[in-house]
Each structure stands twice: as structure tokens, then as C-alpha cells.
Design a protein around this ligand. Structure first.
Ligand SMILES: N[C@@H](CCC(=O)N[C@@H](CS)C(=O)NCC(=O)O)C(=O)O
Length: 313
């Protein structure tokens, strides 16, 4: 089969919010695709290496029969819009489209801090995430070996919480922000079912991607999310919207969108402003009360786990 005839291939992991964002978008847009479950450090040897190794990596067939590797879900979505016109995830109106960009960016850049924080900051959550990260990548690994790797990765990710600005000083800011976000999303969804209308936009897929983890995987955040059954049910519906038949009239007008999303936009502006998350002084991290397990005996890394990823190990 030539590259042109192949379904769009995507390297990703179930625990990567951006992978889940892209998969749901591809399903909704009815773009034939094939997911390759794997790690960003060990991409398939027969496919080109992207400039930056990230999940998901999308492999686009090119006109000359070659394949081009691309990362970063936001520009990937825009490229798909240029190559496939039907069932667009970008509103037609430029102002509504701009609102979509803002909300998408909020989910990709801010909500992901909550995702990483909840995954690793609290003991029950990291004890849940550690083994999942291993088995998402290496389903055949013997249990004892998996436990060893899990303890090592858990410690490493805990030690990297500062990368997303999570520490004892900022934990409360991040957690209150997530709780407020849930209340706001619950309100937004009551208007038309999605952020900007009765059809999903890229912003919805970005929110969904983060909620596949926060709402389903991380126990502490999932318990908070369960307080909003409308939001919790929305996560399940977002997974597969291939049967939805959208029309142009399903997008909100400018006024409707500004009204419906005002609380979300206010929140995204307040949360993502640099001053909203105090950064600890360099070289001095706030001390944590509880320590993760340090029983691991690191040996040579399994191929896909060599370098820690922000989400997936
Ligand atoms: N902005 C990128 C973010 C992708 C990203 O950060 N992916 C994570 C996994 S969820 C990753 O591969 N991280 C690798 C690393 O941090 O080295 C997108 O929207 O796709």
C-alpha cells in the first residue's frame, strides 16, 4: 500500500491528553486513521522522526509519496482543516474562531498543569499512575519488573512537578482553579452542548483531551469531576462523535458565544496570566510533606521510557 493510501497514522499513548484530543477529533471528522500505541522516545523505525519528539506524532502522506512527521496538536488540527473540508472543527466566524483559539490554548497550556499536578502530587494518584504508565507502553512486562520501573518513574515525575509550576505554594492555586473550571464548564455545556455551539470545536477536543486524564484516570481529580455529572457524561460522549451530523447553523453567533463562554474566557484570562501562578525562587523548591517510594533499582531504560515525558513518563 502506498503512503497516500494509508490511513493517517498517529503515534500516541492513552495517558497523553494531546493524543486523546487528536483521536477524538479524527473520529468526529471521519478522517481515516490508525493509532500506534507507543512512546515518544522510540518512534516506529520505518517512519520519519519529527523535529521534536512529542506525543502525539502525526504521519502525513505527502504528494510525492513520502511521509512527513508532525507534532503539536494545534497546528496539526489546522493542517487537517486545509486537507479535509467536511465536518470542520473551526467556527466560520472569525470572532467565534478567535474564541475557539483562546479556549483551546487555555486547555492545552493551563489545564494540563492540573493534569500533571493531580497525576503526581498526591500519593494515591501517583500510586495509581505509575503502573498505568508502564503498562500503557509495555503490556507484556512481568509484574515484578513493572513494579520496579513504576517506582522509578513515579519518583522521577514527582521530582519534575516543578516543571509545571506545581509545589506546596502553588498546589492550592492549581486545585482551586480546576474546581472553578468544572463549575464553569458545567454552565457552558448547558447552552448548546459544546463550548461554541451544538457542534464540537477544536476547543472542545482540547478540553476533552485533558479531561480524559483528570476526569477518568487520576483518582483525586476524577472524584472532583464526578461532582459534575453533566461534565463527566460529556467526557464519554466526546470520545466518539462520528455519528453527529453538524450544520453551519450549529455554531453560536458572536453574541451567543461571547455570552455563553464569558465565564470560561474570564477564567482562562485570569488563570493563564503569568502572575496567577507564583513561581518558587530558582534553585529552591518548596519542600513536600510526603515522599514517593524510592525502592526502584534503576537499570538500563526500556526503549520507550528513556526520557521522561511531561504526561506519560
Ligand atoms: N503542545 C503539544 C504538547 C504535546 C506534549 O507535551 N506531549 C507530551 C505527552 S502528553 C510529550 O510527548 N512530552 C514529551 C516530553 O516532554 O519530552 C501538543 O499540543 O501536541
Amino acid at each position: 500500500m502506498s503512503a497516500q493510501d494509508q490511513p493517517l497514522r498517529l503515534l500516541g499513548a492513552p495517558g497523553s491528553p494531546y493524543t486523546r484530543k487528536m483521536l477524538a477529533l479524527l473520529r468526529y471528522r471521519r478522517i481515516p486513521h490508525a493509532i500506534i500505541w507507543g512512546g515518544h522516545q522510540s518512534p516506529p523505525p520505518d517512519l520519519p522522526t519529527p523535529k521534536v519528539k512529542l506525543l502525539p506524532t502525526c504521519y502525513f502522506p505527502t504528494a510525492d509519496g513520502d511521509v512527513e512527521a508532525m507534532v503539536d496538536s494545534t497546528p496539526i488540527i489546522r493542517r487537517l482543516e486545509r486537507e479535509h473540508r467536511e465536518r470542520s472543527a473551526l467556527p466560520d466566524d472569525p470572532i467565534v474562531s478567535f474564541l475557539n483559539d483562546l479556549i483551546e490554548d487555555y486547555a492545552d497550556e493551563w489545564l494540563t498543569k492540573a493534569m500533571f499536578h493531580y497525576r503526581w502530587a498526591h500519593k494515591p494518584d501517583r500510586e495509581n499512575a505509575g503502573p498505568l504508565l508502564i503498562f500503557w507502553s509495555l503490556p507484556l512486562l512481568p509484574a515484578a519488573e513493572a513494579a520496579n520501573w513504576s517506582a522509578m518513574i513515579t519518583k522521577r515525575q514527582f521530582d519534575r512537578l516543578y516543571v509545571v509550576g506545581s509545589n506546596d505554594v502553588t498546589a492550592q492555586t492549581i486545585e482551586r482553579s480546576y474546581e472553578r473550571f468544572l463549575a464553569v464548564l458545567d454552565d457552558v455545556l448547558q447552552h448548546k452542548g459544546f463550548a461554541l455551539g451544538a457542534r464540537p470545536a477544536a476547543a472542545d477536543f482540547a478540553i476533552y483531551g485533558q479531561l480524559t486524564q483528570l476526569g477518568l484516570v487520576e483518582p483525586t481529580a476524577a472524584a472532583l469531576t464526578a461532582r459534575y455529572p453533566r461534565v463527566r457524561a460529556w467526557i464519554d460522549r466526546m470520545e466518539d462523535l462520528s455519528g453527529l451530523e453538524p450544520s453551519a447553523a450549529d455554531w453560536m453567533s458572536r453574541d451567543e458565544a461571547l455570552h455563553a463562554c464569558a465565564p470560561l474566557l474570564g477564567k482562562s484570562g485570569a488563570s493563564t496570566h503569568p502572575s496567577s501562578l507564583p513561581t518558587p525562587p530558582p534553585l529552591r523548591r518548596a519542600k513536600r510533606i510526603s515522599k514517593p517510594p524510592s525502592t526502584a533499582r534503576p537499570g538500563p531504560s526500556p526503549p520507550s521510557l528513556i526520557k521522561p515525558s511531561a504526561c506519560t513518563g
